[in-house]
Every structure is written in structure tokens, then in C-alpha cells.
Design a protein around this ligand. Structure first.
Ligand code: CA
Length: 483
């Protein structure tokens, strides 16, 4: 899909009313009208309670069908609502992506006693106590589901670590001991070894676990008929296992042309490159570095806008990248808070929507607000207009327009045969300026207007296709041919 746009169709603070799937189904025509092409659903498996966003995952096979963890439905509705929403979105021509949480499990049915060793939370390779028997919540037999779809029962052998000893009431990082048991080595090296993230950490090197997760992925695709999968927390999962499941998915579902992407949350181009290499470039990644650059640009007073793509994946791996401004984790109050400040959000959206590289993902909050409140003034209309500009004008050659002003980022798109006209995007992080640019598109005398409506006047190109363009304080102007 050329110039496609993805919507992250949830945020952290959605109300726990079980209505979200119905809202998604009802919104399908509106999503299409906005120019969206795909929807990333919230994690849809039963979690610790229906207040859980879904990352505290309990049962992979309960999509809101069994009376478990206090209700049949999840935060977002029942399985029937989910399947109806997927159908309704696909009927409008939208692709639908699932969110697969495979790193851990939460809310076990029983505690078990097993040998473990406490590790330093800041360096998990360091043991900070003696081996001992602890009581950990690791036994999952899903009494509410009664073996439907899968009779696999999880126990401590299927996990590498837990964060709680029920015997002593002690919290920490406990590594489970046993034959062939160790932290996975193909994970992030932060904190010594970042296999352990939270809850009961799944052992992806256990053959029974591998088989069960392969089974689940194929079952889930058959049940839901989704078009792609976002893999949660991949830097905490053995990378050879990621390569294994991604390869199997492409092989088992060749006709589906699945779009597979992962959350590898790190600002370190070497670590990202290493992960891409280990997974043989089969998994697309979110551009976390670009997100942090945009966050920094929005919070620091002297950021050089011309360096916004430094260390970004979109510069290095332009066809492997989902670009985004913020998500449910980086939004205010959440675990990875690194919110792009309001004044810079038009800039950030212009960066992900009007350039040629990357598959832009729009955060729910930027179109529909957060916690029932508008995310930032006029956010919906600004983002909707930038999506419209992407679809109509952001085509053809891209030229970065040189400037010696560190508060300016400017580029042009030439347009192509099918989408003539092109555009000139000028992003300003400083005060009012007037800047001379020469563009490739248009003829001398051609009038341009600002689609973002910061300027009413038309600007006409001079003899050499150059003109002086005004830019308001801390604003984005997108100059398109005036018809
Ligand atoms: Ca892990």
C-alpha cells in the first residue's frame, strides 16, 4: 500500500465499559474517509481483569469468551464484538493488526514451589542471595475455559523468572532454576540481561512453550482473520524465537501477506541493527529513535531540527519502519513517558506523514483525545489535514532543502504523474521568519498556498522557481499549488 496510514486504535485511559469494539466497528466508514488504511487493535486476550489494558495477559485463548478474571468480556468487549469489529473494518478495506503479548503471563491460577535465585534488578546477571525454594504464581490451567482450543497447562518449567515470592512476601527479580534454565541470551543487554520484564516471564527456549505459541498464532489468525501482528516487548524475547515464529507465519500464511512489526523500545542504533540482523530483517520495527528525537526537539530550547533523523531507523532502514509520534506507553503518566509536547505535534505529524519513507502510525489520542479529553488544540483537524495532504500531494521525489537555520526543517515533494503538484513543507521551531527556497516543482509564476492555513496570501514562484516563504512562530506550513 503506497502512502498507507496506520491507526493505533487505543490509548491507555479508555473507559472500561466494554464498548470499544462496537465503537471501532461503527467508526470503520469514518476511518476510511479520513484516509486510514489499517488499524492496530488493543491486545485482545483476557488479562488480569477488565480494567487491564491487555498487557497483563492471562489467557491467550480467551478473546472475551469465557468467564475468567471476573468477566466474560475484556476491557474492550466480547469475542463476538471483536470479530464483528474486524469484519466491519475489513469491509471498508482497512487492514486489521493484532497485538501479540508473548513475553509474559499474569494472574496465574495457582502458586507453585520451586527453586529460584534472587537477582539484582539493575543487573540480572548478578545473584544477590542464595538459591532457595520460593512460592511463585506460575500455574495456569484456565478453569473457566476447561481446555477448549488448547489443553496446554503452564507451570514453572515454562517460565524463566517471577517478581514475587509468596512464601516470604518479597518482591524482586527471581530467576527460576532447573535443567537448561537461564535468562535468554538473545535479548537486550540493558540491566545486564533484559529477558525479565514483568509478571511470569515465558521461557521461549522450552520446546513445549515454542510448540504452544506456534499453535496459538495459527489458531488466532484462523479465528480472527487479522492481516498483521504487532509483537509486544520484543527486546525481552529471545531473538531466535522471534525469527522462528515470524518465518513460520510467512510460510504458513503465504496468501495473507501478513504485516509483522515489533516494539523494540531502545534508543540505540547498534542494538536495533543487531536485532534486525538476528531476525534477518523479517520484522518491521517502530522507529523509537525518531520518537525520542521528536520528544527532545519538543522539550529542549536549542534542538537542531536538521538532526531530527540522526540515529533513526527510517534513515537507515526506510522500508522496515513504522514511524509514530507517541503511543500508549509514551503518553503522559505511563511507563515509558516521553510525550512529544503539544506545540511540536503538528511538526511531528508532518515528519511522519509527508516524507516518503516509513509507514506512519497515528496515535488514537491525536484523533480522538485521551481520557475523554482532546489531546491538544485542534489535533483531530490538523492530523486529518496532514493525512489528506499525504494522500493527495506527498508523492514523487523528496528533496531536503538546505538551510543554515537550526530552527528550520524543510523539504519538497515533486508529485508524480498520478498525483501532480507536489508540496513544500516548512517546519519552524523558532520565531516568525521569512525564508527563500528554490523548489523543483511548478513553473515560474506558479502560485502556492499554505494548506495549514497559517497564511492567507499566495506565494508566486520567481524566474528560477524560487520565492520567499513566510513561516509563523513554532508552526508548520505546507505549501501546495493554488488551483
Ligand atoms: Ca522475556
Amino acid at each position: 500500500m503506497s502512502n498507507a496510514v496506520l491507526l493505533q486504535a487505543f490509548e491507555w485511559n479508555l473507559p472500561n465499559d466494554g464498548n470499544h469494539y462496537r465503537w471501532l466497528a461503527d467508526s470503520a466508514p469514518e476511518f476510511k474517509r479520513l484516509g486510514l488504511d489499517a488499524v492496530w487493535l488493543p491486545p485482545f486476550c483476557k488479562a488480569t481483569s477488565n480494567f487491564d489494558v491487555g498487557y497483563g495477559i492471562y489467557d491467550l485463548y480467551d478473546l472475551g469468551e469465557f468467564d475468567q478474571k471476573g468477566s466474560v468480556r475484556t476491557k474492550y468487549g466480547t469475542k463476538a464484538d471483536l470479530l464483528h469489529a474486524i469484519k466491519a473494518l475489513q469491509a471498508e478495506g482497512l487492514q486489521v493488526y493484532a497485538d501479540a503479548v508473548l513475553n509474559h503471563k499474569a494472574g496465574a491460577d495457582k502458586a507453585e514451589t520451586f527453586a529460584a535465585v534472587p537477582c539484582n534488578p539493575d543487573n540480572r546477571m548478578e545473584q544477590i542471595g542464595k538459591q532457595r525454594d520460593i512460592r511463585g504464581w506460575t500455574y495456569f490451567d484456565f478453569p473457566g475455559r476447561k481446555g477448549k482450543y488448547s489443553d496446554f497447562i503452564w507451570n514453572f518449567n515454562h517460565f524463566t523468572g517471577v517478581d514475587y515470592d509468596d512464601k516470604t512476601g518479597e518482591h524482586g527479580v527471581f530467576r527460576i532454576l532447573g535443567e537448561n534454565k537461564h535468562w535468554s541470551t538473545g535479548v537486550s543487554s540493558e540491566r545486564g540481561n533484559y529477558d525479565y520484564l514483568m509478571f511470569a516471564d515465558i521461557d521461549h527456549e522450552h520446546p513445549d512453550v515454542q510448540a504452544e505459541l506456534h499453535r496459538w498464532l495459527d489458531w488466532m489468525i484462523r479465528e480472527t482473520e487479522i492481516d498483521g501482528i504487532r509483537f509486544d516487548a520484543v527486546k525481552h524475547i529471545e531473538d531466535s524465537f522471534i525469527l522462528d515464529i515470524v518465518s513460520s507465519l510467512y510460510e504458513n500464511w503465504p496468501e495473507k501477506n501478513l504485516f509483522l512489526f515489533g516494539e523494540h523500545w531502545i534508543y540505540d542504533p547498534d542494538a536495533s541493527n543487531h536485532f534486525l540482523e538476528q531476525t534477518e530483517y523479517k520484522l518491521n520495527l517502530f522507529d523509537v529513535a525518531l520518537h525520542f528525537n521528536m520528544h527532545n526537539a519538543s522539550t529542549s530550547s536549542d534542538f537542531d531540527l536538521r538532526t531530527i533523523f540522526d540515529n533513526s531507523l527510517v534513515r537507515e532502514h526506510p522500508d522496515k519502519v513504522v514511524t509514530f509520534v507517541d503511543n500508549h506507553d509514551s503518553q503522559r503518566g505511563q511507563a515509558l513517558e516521553s510525550w512529544v509536547e503539544e506545540w511540536f505535534r503538528p511538526h511531528a505529524h508532518a515528519i511522519i506523514l509527508l516524507r516518503q519513507d516509513g509507514y506512519p502510525c497515528i496515535f488514537f489520542g491525536d484523533l480522538y483525545g485521551i481520557g475523554g479529553k482532546e489531546a491538544w488544540p485542534h489535533s483531530h483537524d490538523t492530523v486529518a489535514e496532514l493525512i489528506r495532504l499525504r494522500k493527495r500531494y506527498a508523492w514523487g521525489d523528496e528533496i531536503d532543502l538546505p538551510t543554515d537555520d537550526h530552527e528550520i526543517l524543510a523539504w519538497s515533494r515533486s508529485g508524480d504523474e498520478e498525483h501532480p503538484g507536489g508540496l513544500l513543507a516548512i517546519l519552524n521551531s523558532g520565531g516568525y521568519k521569512e525564508l527563500e527556497f528554490t523548489v523543483e516543482q511548478g513553473e515560474p509564476g506558479q502560485p502556492f498556498r499554505d494548506a495549514m492555513l497559517h497564511h492567507e496570501e499566495f506565494i508566486r514562484l520567481g524566474d528560477k522557481r524560487s520565492a520567499v516563504f513566510p513561516v509563523k512562530e513554532r508552526s508548520v506550513s505546507v505549501w501546495i499549488p493554488a488551483e
